[in-house]
Design a protein around this ligand. Structure first.
Ligand SMILES: C[S@@+](CC[C@H](N)C(=O)[O-])C[C@H]1O[C@@H](n2cnc3c(N)ncnc32)[C@H](O)[C@@H]1O
Length: 191
């Protein structure tokens, strides 16, 4: 409540320049057997999916297959417009036992600019198609960017996370909804 009142009367900071909207055009889309958003805790690690890049961008994939992993930035297009940016704080994983967190302190898909990013093993690159495993994006998800995963830049082995997150991750994965059960696509899914 107090936070809402503060926001209402907040004046633009002199430190902030104008922030005009940014328009992005997806480079491609995810093709996956997972057709619907999944509950928190769902194990995506065995899900094999393809990122189909716009054909005119295929030559921009040269060299990507020399990396073992990629970072995929994607846009969760099925989140209703009125939900995007609707929350400033939430209990992560929809679990009231997790402490209330500012949305920017979470990995929730309900954010002001819902740009999601996941690092995944790269299985192959063929023409304009990138095959990956473990991407937590459903079928049809627009892909904004793909970058090679470079441990030198991307890995911080001694990075700190809060204890509640460590405890939450230890909980078993939840049952999937509307997921095709082709076993080779889900070798490590737990239910
Ligand atoms: C919690 S977000 C985290 C994404 C990424 N790992 C990150 O940390 O930025 C992942 C969830 O987004 C949901 N999701 C994936 N693709 C979506 C889409 N196209 N529209 C709506 N929700 C989607 C799925 O339910 C998935 O479990």
């Amino acid at each position: 409540m107090l936070a809402a009142i503060r926001r209402l009367f907040a004046r633009p900071s002199k430190e902030l320049p104008e922030l005009p909207p940014v328009t992005l055009r997806p480079i491609g889309a995810v093709r996956s057997r997972v057709k619907e958003s999944q509950p928190p805790g769902f194990d995506w690690s065995g899900v094999v999916s393809r990122i189909v890049v716009r054909p005119e961008l295929a030559d921009a994939l040269l060299g990507l297959d020399t990396y073992s992993h990629v970072k995929v930035l994607f846009w969760p297009h099925l989140i209703p417009a009125d939900v995007i940016g609707s929350k400033h704080r939430l209990h992560p994983r929809d679990d009231p036992q997790n402490p209330l967190q500012g949305i920017l302190a979470t990995r929730s898909q309900i954010r002001f600019n819902p740009i999601l990013v996941t690092a995944v093993p790269l299985l192959s690159v063929n023409g304009n198609t990138i095959k990956v495993r473990g991407l937590d994006a459903i079928d049809g998800t627009p892909v904004l960017d793909v970058k090679p995963y470079v441990p030198h830049f991307d890995s911080i082995p001694d990075a700190k996370v809060p204890p509640w997150l460590t405890a939450a991750r230890a909980q078993p994965a939840q049952s999937p909804t509307n997921v095709a059960t082709k076993s080779q696509d889900h070798p490590s899914r737990s239910s």
